[in-house]
Design a protein around this ligand. Structure first.
Ligand code: AGP
Length: 609
């Protein structure tokens, strides 16, 4: 996610802004920039890569400005480059933005018709020119308010005019923005850490609020331009704590981000009432969809697990056969491919060498290559013919959490999109499923609110040496993902199997020292998985059962049970059982005092084979 800063006060603006941006680096970015008023215009300096590159570019810049705006960019539209870096400028207006403007194309067409010239590939630039247009006949605050009213999508903005060098206007929708309240100095910022140098008192802007910052104070209005009051609050976090949003670890922060990242992943892709899914990025595939023989999904680790879920979704709704392979094994196969086979690489980082090399091999054998990635401009996304971005924001913790649910969701939406193009699923069915999806964020929040029960159970088993995870159908990949999470952060050995496989060998492992986590929320397979539960209990193994709320009145006796909110469709339970698996692994590792964010032997992105 991008980092936004706007400062007005008495300190050197460039130094203060760069320091603020440095506290937002944890959000991940690929370019940065700063703008300060300069003799009736702006001095704007931008640089690709890390903040040090911006510092180098500023080395010989002399400015005494005590107001300005700054930005660290996480590319969503347009690759990382100096021209795409923020701030973006119009005649008198300079602006930085975090978020995604869904209707930027139509706004750009309108502005081009008004004679505005564009210099970047970003969605953000339309906001600078539109504000400029409204600024011709309105105050800066009003011009930003009118611009925000026209924009669809998410934004956190700080805006300046060269004509009013002592004023910053800030506004937000679906992206965080706070106002740091200093003494004669104020900072609008994406997150608390950026402003801790100047204050520990903040105002959190509410949706569509606008703020006008000058040295004399902060004026707040709502989307209708009416004055509003927002209660200031005080934080006593140390900066490092603040980067984690008050959470102990990035992993827990990222687990808790999932209600929002689920929404961000869907943003701009669905119209639930009409049962529509849009993947403009894949439109080039439409003419050849009827000739599509099969799809191959490739990934590693967690991305392999989400691919296994994607297979089940796509086969169910698009009625096309899907093959899944670990990218490393795919490379050894003599698999016949051709232009009627779509090979999709799934990767959070977009830099995993196994996945990148497997895709290159698939292309060499004639397949069409696509990618589902979280990082814009990454190697895998740059080399693919078609790319869908998951927009989960940077994932800092080595153990992947929010990327998994965003990948699974993207693959679910792809299944519906393919199903519609192949006339295998009607809009009424799609509409019902999309409306179910919209309920998932609240169901995840319910689960997160009940985390203490999962924590309590994890602490009971923290000294266990071995764990078995089992599931059936949609929860089989969840068993694999849950076992991986436990292994990689608590170092407890964990096996995962399809529940039906146990009797074919693995059940020999079980006794009272080998507990079993059983994912059993799905009605369709409940009878079979309940009998699997009896099988493992008969061997003396302790069972942690994961059930749907509807089972609270009647579920097979087991040592411990965790309940997830009911879902009408079994595929929806995957987003909830994932949260259980993530939290169970997290609290197991915490109970063992492990370094959750940086587990031994692991790297966040495995860029070597
Ligand atoms: C998951 O928790 C691990 N960190 C690891 O398995 C990861 O999913 C795998 O290395 C693939 O990474 P990618 O999604 O960035 O390609």
């Amino acid at each position: 996610m991008c980092g936004v800063v706007g400062y007005v006060g008495t300190r050197n603006a460039v130094d203060t802004i760069i320091s603020g941006l440095s506290k937002l680096e944890y959000r991940g970015y690929d370019s940065a920039g700063v703008a300060v008023p300069d003799n009736g215009d702006f001095l704007i300096v931008r640089a690709v890569g890390k903040l040090d590159n911006l510092r180098k570019a500023l080395k010989d810049v002399k400015t005494t400005a005590t107001a300005g705006i700054g930005h660290t960019r996480w590319a969503t539209h347009g690759k990382p480059s100096e021209t795409n870096a923020h701030p973006h400028k119009s005649t008198h207006i300079a602006l930085v933005h975090n978020g995604i403007i869904e209707n930027f194309s139509e706004l750009k067409t309108e502005l081009l018709g008004l004679g505005y010239k564009f210099s970047s590939d970003t969605d953000t630039e339309v906001l600078a020119h539109l504000t400029e247009e409204y600024y011709k006949t309105n105050s800066l605050l009003e011009a930003v308010r009118l611009t925000a009213a026209r924009a669809r999508g998410s934004y956190a903005l700080t805006v300046m005019s060269a004509r009013e060098p002592d004023k910053i206007v800030a506004t937000r929708r679906d992206a965080p923005l706070l106002i740091g309240i200093g003494s004669g100095e104020y900072m609008a910022a994406s997150d608390i850490p950026a402003a801790l140098d100047i204050t520990r008192d903040f105002i959190r802007l509410e949706e569509n609020d606008l703020a006008e910052l000058t040295r004399t104070g902060v004026k707040l209005v709502n989307k209708d331009g009416r004055d509003v009051h927002r209660e200031p609050f005080h934080v006593d976090w140390e900066p490092e704590m603040a980067e984690k949003g008050g959470f102990d670890t990035f992993m827990l922060k990222e687990i808790y981000e999932q209600p929002r990242t689920i929404v961000d992943t869907m943003r701009g892709k669905i119209v639930p009432d009409e049962g529509k899914v849009f993947f403009g990025e894949f439109d080039g595939l439409v003419p050849s969809i009827d000739k599509l023989e099969r799809i191959v999904l490739l990934g590693c680790g967690t991305s392999w697990h989400s691919s296994l879920l994607g297979k089940l979704f796509i086969e169910k709704y698009a009625h096309i056969s899907v093959e899944v392979d670990t990218a490393s094994e795919f490379s050894h196969r003599e698999l016949p491919l051709n232009k009627n086979v779509l090979v999709i690489g799934v990767s959070q980082s977009g830099e995993t060498a196994d996945t990148r090399n497997a895709l290159r091999l698939a292309r060499a054998r004639g397949a069409v290559i696509a990618a589902i990635c979280n990082v814009v401009g990454s190697s895998i996304s740059s080399e693919a013919d078609y790319v869908i971005y998951t927009h989960a924001g940077p994932e800092i913790s080595v153990a992947s959490t929010k990327a998994f649910t965003s990948q699974a969701l993207t693959l679910f939406l792809l299944a519906l999109w393919l199903g519609e193009k192949r006339e295998k699923v009607d809009s009424k069915t799609t509409s019902g499923l999309l409306l179910d999806l919209l309920r998932i964020p609240d169901k995840i929040k319910q689960l997160l609110d009940n985390k203490d029960e999962i924590k309590r159970i994890a602490e009971i088993y923290k000294d266990t040496k071995n764990f078995m995870y089992i599931g059936r159908n949609f929860t089989c990949p969840i068993a694999l993902e849950g076992a991986l999470k436990l292994k990689e952060i608590s170092y407890i050995h964990a096996e995962a199997y399809p529940a039906g496989e146990l009797k074919h060998g693995p059940i020999a492992l079980l006794d009272d020292s080998f507990p079993v986590m059983i994912f059993a929320p799905d009605i369709k397979v409940q009878e079979k998985i309940f009998s699997n539960m009896q099988e493992v209990k008969a061997r003396g193994a302790k069972v942690i059962g994961v059930f749907s709320e509807r089972n609270r009145a009647n579920f097979p006796a087991c040592e411990n049970q965790i309940f997830i909110p009911d879902c009408d469709k079994e595929e929806m339970t995957t987003f909830l059982t994932t949260i259980v698996a993530q939290l169970f692994a997290y609290y197991s590792a915490q109970a063992l005092d492990k370094d959750v964010d940086k587990p031994r032997n692991l790297a966040k992105s495995v860029t070597v084979e």
